[in-house]
Design a protein around this ligand. Structure first.
Ligand SMILES: NC(=O)c1ccc[n+]([C@@H]2O[C@H](COP(=O)([O-])OP(=O)(O)OC[C@H]3O[C@@H](n4cnc5c(N)ncnc54)[C@H](OP(=O)(O)O)[C@@H]3O)[C@@H](O)[C@H]2O)c1
Length: 309
């Protein structure tokens, strides 16, 4: 019997459901009648275990798997290399092989860290990957395993993700500005901040088109509109937050990456060119500044709610 796309929701299985992107994707998709959602956290579904992967897919038989898991603590990749490989590379292959056996397309998230960041004008999907460290290398190898195992895939590379969930640059900057009189931010690294809600919007828009027959499989880039530096983004975080409270920080000092104590080398440019996504799916970039204003408002609303209970 032919499937009725207008009335039958697309069944999606989200992995890493309490991470930044997983959380906001689940929140948006469960309220959209186009989707029927199974969202599983790492406690419910560990993608590094091939048996669990097989079992969960057999159990739920989704139309699509959306992999939002990731070992993303770039500075700890060196000391926790086994976990990093198990999740970013082997885990992706586990999903790809099991999805392939059941003819389920896999939607996977990857990162600007597959590039070395020397290319200032921004990276297209055609540019050569050249990761600087273990995190980027494991993300790249994960992509490659997926390409080899399963033609029906989407790899969406994103950058500089911020949200009210988990540990991210927006929340760390806000915390520092609450605790310290003088804070600093790197002004020699460029990129495009991207809200987790905006990424959820993009994933859902892509899935709708794929489910309705678009055969646009492959690798895509997405990031928020407007290139800035970490310093520029921090300025915007402080400006948005100061609408809600008087922050302790009185000074924001620009510094260079070499002055920063960090274990891993990071790309100087994380700028992703998103033209392919526009051409193939008609999806446009949204300015990250308007997304940031909303996220900061939500951050304060969440804190108010937590304090009142
Ligand atoms: N954050 C960024 O700036 C950024 C930039 C570019 C690309 N990306 C990519 O975007 C994706 C999502 O990023 P995110 O920021 O949403 O990540 P996140 O907040 O760190 O969420 C990742 C989730 O994966 C879960 N997880 C860990 N090990 C797992 C396992 N073995 N099996 C299943 N789940 C597991 C984590 O659980 P625990 O919290 O319990 O460990 C967490 O809930 C990742 O692929 C990442 O590489 C992120």
């Amino acid at each position: 019997m032919e499937q009725d796309f207008l009335t039958t929701p697309a069944r999606i299985l989200i992995t890493g459901a309490d991470g930044q992107i997983g959380y906001f994707l689940n929140q948006a998709a469960v309220t959209d009648p186009f989707f029927s959602v199974v969202a599983l956290t790492d406690h419910e579904f560990d993608i590094s275990d091939p048996e669990q992967v097989q079992r969960q897919l057999d159990l739920h038989m989704p139309d699509y798997v959306i992999n939002t898991t990731g070992f993303n603590t770039v500075d700890r990749a060196g000391t926790q290399s086994e976990r990093c490989v198990a999740l970013n590379t082997d885990g992706v292959e586990n999903l790809a092989l099991a999805c392939g056996d059941l003819s389920i397309p896999l939607f996977h998230l990857s990162s600007d860290y597959v590039f070395d960041g020397h290319y200032e004008s921004g990276y297209t999907e055609e540019d050569q990957a050249s990761p600087l460290g273990l995190y980027g290398e494991t993300k790249w190898q994960g992509e490659e395993r997926l390409r080899t195992a399963l033609p029906q895939h989407v790899i969406l590379r994103v950058s500089w993700v911020f949200s009210t969930v988990g540990d991210n640059y927006m929340r760390r900057s806000l915390q520092q500005a609450r605790e310290q009189k003088c804070i600093s931010a790197v002004d020699d690294r460029r990129g495009c901040p991207t809200s987790a809600t905006d990424i959820a919007r993009v994933i859902m828009a892509m899935l709708k088109q794929l489910h309705n027959g678009a055969e646009n499989w492959g690798t895509y880039h997405y990031c928020g509109a407007e290139v800035t530096s970490r310093y520029g983004f921090t300025e915007a975080v402080l400006a948005a937050a100061s609408q809600y409270e008087k922050l302790k920080a009185e000074e924001l000092k620009p510094i260079s990456s070499s002055e920063l104590c960090s274990d891993a080398e990071r790309p100087a440019s994380s700028v992703l060119v998103c033209t392919k996504l526009l051409n193939n799916f008609g999806i446009r970039q949204i300015p990250w500044r308007s997304e940031l204003v909303v996220m900061i408002r939500e951050q304060y609303q969440n804190e108010e709610f937590t304090e009142s209970v």
